[in-house]
Design a protein around this ligand. Structure first.
Ligand code: SAM
Length: 510
């Protein structure tokens, strides 16, 4: 085993072309004993070519692996079996693997073949497994694989979620932003929107649909991060019954109804325990039990259109069914992002707390990819946006994103510039800007030598450019307030920005 591993490590250093053109032909010439000693080559070739972008090359390697399934040595067959799913299985390899499963007496080989068939299995495997009492292959995995081969599954934004008594959605957000998310829902309801706030909790807002709705309508709201249907709660997450309750929630008529109504393709879900630690065993048990209860819904970690998320708090766990919507319709404008790009719902929350004024002129001094400016313009009533950033690549992205946002009513100007150089920027007339809005460098992903100096300058310059009653709305990572008497702190709330707290602050120019 050690010798195999050492040889494998050596072979991984060998260029791919040499592996294929020199080492593989040499291997093919060896006698059976020598081939067994060189089996690490099969593993190395499988791993190296699994990421090849050349389909012909990959097909040739796969054909070699399939030929090795006839090898008299169990070890060589087993290594080839393990490599085949990585190279992309097909009907031929499936057929050969099923033959081995039926004929081999070696348990180790049976297990490897079963695991490969779970990954690549199609109709033939399903036929061999379904109702046969075959224990080694997980029927659910094969069904999921067959479903995937039938084409991608997507959650349909335009499908109607029927009116359903007691149906609740959880709109999740970063801690500290809940009231902003709730506020947006209430304002939307006032304009005829379909959702009503039921409760505001830590990190999420519970809403109730007042009528049948589509996810496209829900995604008109911009401040929440993810939306999920509430399925159940588990009173004692540590208890023996907890997994049973979870499996029942997944297999429930409600989950099935939602998944079938909203999915194009097969109803597949991944199960995600939103807490630290390894939950592999629990996930496997729950998935098995849920499949026994309802075989129309399939657990599948790969490319599944749904996620069942289990969120734990001290006393209980919440079970949610979350559509995995991709691409995100709210980000239709995003052509590219900068390294420290804002979390898009955070940008929308900044815009919401800023409120609206007439004839807005909006400046983001640290605009990055431009999300705050685009969200401002999307909210309406903005005549001009101005973005500055010291990074020319960020400015190019902001310009492209703004163009893709298609906001013809708003003029846009982007400048590669330090935010302090406002004299060079014609759109930034002193006393004319109505809103300075930004998610500035927070000293983590974008390093700044003098954070204190940067924010002191931000207050000073914001005060210079803002018109009376104008606002400075930004994320403040420091315990630093404006000492400028013309800027009055109007609100400050603590927001969790992914493990560290900052403040979302609003200052108003007197
Ligand atoms: C957190 S990122 C902004 C992210 C942006 N809101 C977005 O959505 O992509 C901070 C940006 O500040 C820029 N920056 C850092 N120091 C600056 C300075 N002195 N003047 C202007 N921009 C600066 C960085 O290049 C970076 O793009």
């Amino acid at each position: 085993m050690k010798a195999d591993n050492d040889l494998y490590r050596q072979l991984r250093e060998v260029p791919a072309a040499q592996l294929w053109n020199v080492e593989v032909p040499k291997f093919n010439q060896l006698d059976p004993k020598e081939r067994n000693q060189q089996v690490a080559l099969v593993r190395a070739v499988g791993v190296v070519f699994s990421t090849s972008r050349n389909p012909e090359m990959k097909a040739a390697v796969k054909a070699w692996m399939i030929s090795l399934l006839q090898d008299p040595s169990e070890k060589i067959r087993r290594y080839a079996t393990a490599a085949i799913p990585k190279l992309g299985g097909d009907e031929e390899s499936e057929r050969k693997l099923i033959d081995i499963l039926k004929t081999t007496d070696v348990d180790r080989e049976k297990k490897k073949v079963a695991s490969a068939l779970e990954k690549i299995g199609g109709a033939a495997t399903l036929k061999a497994v379904a109702g046969s009492g075959e224990k080694l292959i997980d029927e659910q995995k094969v069904r999921a694989s067959v479903a995937r081969q039938g084409g991608p599954s997507n959650v349909r934004l335009d499908a109607i979620v029927p009116k359903q008594p007691g149906l609740r959605l959880h709109l999740r957000c970063r801690k500290g932003l809940e009231s902003i998310v709730a506020d947006e829902v209430r304002e939307d309801e006032g304009r005829g929107g379909k959702f009503r706030v039921v409760e505001v909790r830590g990190c999420f807002v519970v809403v109730e649909p007042k009528d049948a709705f589509t996810l496209a309508e829900l995604y008109q709201l911009r401040c929440f991060d993810t939306a999920a249907f509430s399925l159940a709660f588990i009173r004692e997450p540590g208890s023996a019954e907890a997994l049973e309750v979870l499996a029942k929630a997944i297999a429930s008529p409600l989950a099935e109804k939602l998944m079938l109504a909203l999915t194009q393709g097969a109803a597949r879900y991944r199960l995600s325990m939103v807490s630290e630690g390894n939950h592999d065993d629990a996930v496997a048990k729950v998935a098995k039990k849920a499949f026994e209860l309802n075989p129309r819904i399939l657990n599948d970690a790969r490319e599944s259109p749904w996620s069942v998320d289990v969120h734990f708090d001290e006393l209980r766990a919440l079970v949610e069914l979350r559509p995995r919507i991709s691409p995100n319709p709210r980000l239709y404008y995003r052509t590219d992002a900068v390294n420290a790009a804002s979390h898009p719902p955070l940008a929308a929350c900044l815009v919401r707390v800023a409120g609206r004024q007439d004839k807005e002129i909006v400046w983001d001094p640290f605009c990055g990819s431009g999300l705050e400016l685009i969200e401002s313009a999307l909210a309406g009533g903005v005549g001009q946006v101005v973005g500055t950033d010291i990074d020319p690549a960020a400015i190019a992205i902001a310009e492209a994103n703004f163009k893709a946002a298609k906001l013809p009513g708003t003029k846009a100007a982007f400048h590669t510039s330090d935010f302090r150089d406002i004299v060079r920027i014609p759109e930034l007339d002193r006393g004319k800007v109505s809103l300075v809005i930004s998610n500035p460098p927070l000293g983590r992903r974008v390093r700044v030598p003098n954070m204190h100096g940067l924010f002191t300058d931000l207050f000073k310059i914001a005060s210079e450019v803002l018109r009376p009653n104008g606002r400075l709305v930004f994320i403040n990572p420091l315990r630093l307030s404006s000492v400028d008497p013309t800027l009055r702190l109007e609100s400050s709330r603590t927001v969790d920005l992914g493990g560290y707290d900052c403040r979302l602050e609003v200052y108003r120019k007197r």
